[in-house]
Ligand binder design. Structure first.
Ligand code: SF4
Length: 342
């Protein structure tokens, strides 16, 4: 289905989330713009420190202090049922109290998140079942017995062996892959409209990673939710997503569909990222490209285009001084680079 046929789910406009530290201000997200449609899988890619995870945490309003959203809007388009009719409303998540009732109603039920390390969201002192049941009972009007049934159903759905028994296990009694399945079961227990998956398979071995990715594809297809898939791994992007945004130092520098990203990337940073991944068919003696330099110190982001010290296509006298505009180079393909500014 093309995105034009899908209703909007989330709009992020000019999001800025800064961390105010003694050493200075870190602009972790510095003017991010993108949209997520219902049922879409959107990849968010970039090196460590480019603002992917802070963007996700800003959406859920769980940015840890001393970080805070200083500007921008995150519009969540909710569709709920009231009797026989559907009610549509738009909520600006940036305007909500991060500890208030409304965001707690959304978090975990309408928008959920799975993390790289399951122990970030699983409590070591409670059984898997109790934790899933708690999530269900917080958001749904069900009895304890019904919640337990739903928890077992969900564990079964995510391929947990012997769900009737696993439900009473503690996280430390499970393998890394099983813990990740339990976290996915918890995140999906209330059928969210959007699942944010932040590097969910990075800590797993390749076989378990392949199983978890397959599971997430199946769940996405069956439950129809949108997924925002955050990763630094372009192989995962190719397998999992339909559309991609590339982030560099807190900004979205390229946004397009996944095929265009791989076959016709425009931004020099995206091109460099793609040259740096090993490919089947590449001559064995051919050297892998390394992006020169490193992501700059977050306290002193370069003027103009922040990628200019590492860019092999830099326009001297322009890129070091003027911030590039975000332009549409073809329908549905945006790039933030002076090479494409008209
Ligand atoms: Fe390179 Fe200039 Fe484009 Fe930045 S704006 S990516 S420095 S060409």
């Amino acid at each position: 289905m093309s995105n034009q046929d899908r209703p909007l789910l989330l709009e992020v406009h000019n999001l800025r989330t800064y961390f105010f530290l003694d050493e200075g201000t870190v602009r972790a997200v510095d003017g991010a713009d993108f949209v997520v449609y219902r049922g879409q899988t959107l990849g968010v890619v970039g090196e460590s420190g480019c603002g992917k995870s802070v963007t996700a945490r800003s959406i859920l309003r769980i940015v840890p202090p001393p970080g805070r959203i200083v500007e921008g809007k995150i519009l969540y388009h909710r569709v709920s049922k009231n009797g026989g009719s559907q009610v549509a409303e738009t909520i600006d998540l940036t305007a909500l109290d991060p500890r208030g009732r409304e965001i707690r109603r959304i978090r975990g039920a309408e928008i959920s998140m799975v993390f790289q390390e399951p122990m970030t969201s699983l409590s070591p002192v409670h059984t898997i079942g109790n934790q899933i049941m708690e999530a269900i009972m917080l958001h749904q009007n069900v009895t304890k017995e019904e919640a337990r049934e739903k928890a077992i159903e969900m564990l079964d759905r995510v391929g947990m062996p012997q769900p009737q028994r696993t439900v009473d296990r503690y996280p430390h009694q499970l393998s890394g892959g099983m813990r990740q399945r339990a976290m996915i079961a918890m995140a999906l227990s209330c059928h969210p409209a959007l699942l944010i998956a932040d590097e969910p398979t990075t800590a797993l071995d390749v076989t378990t990673e392949a199983q978890i990715l397959k599971l997430m594809r199946e769940l996405q297809r069956d439950l129809g939710m949108a997924i925002m898939f955050i990763t630094h791994n372009l192989g995962v992007i190719a397998q999992m997503t339909e559309d991609v945004i590339v982030m560099y130092l807190g900004k979205v520098v390229e946004a397009t569909d996944v095929d265009t990203l791989f076959y016709n990337p425009k931004h020099p940073y995206t091109q460099a990222l793609l040259r740096s991944i090993p490919r089947v068919g590449r001559k064995s003696r051919e050297r892998l490209h390394v992006i020169p330099g490193w992501v700059p110190d977050p306290y002193s982001v370069p003027e103009g285009c922040p990628f200019h010290p590492r860019c092999d296509q830099v326009i001297r006298g322009v890129c070091e001084e003027v911030e590039p505009p975000y332009v549409e180079v073809e329908p549905g393909h945006q790039v933030r680079c002076h090479l494409y500014a008209r």
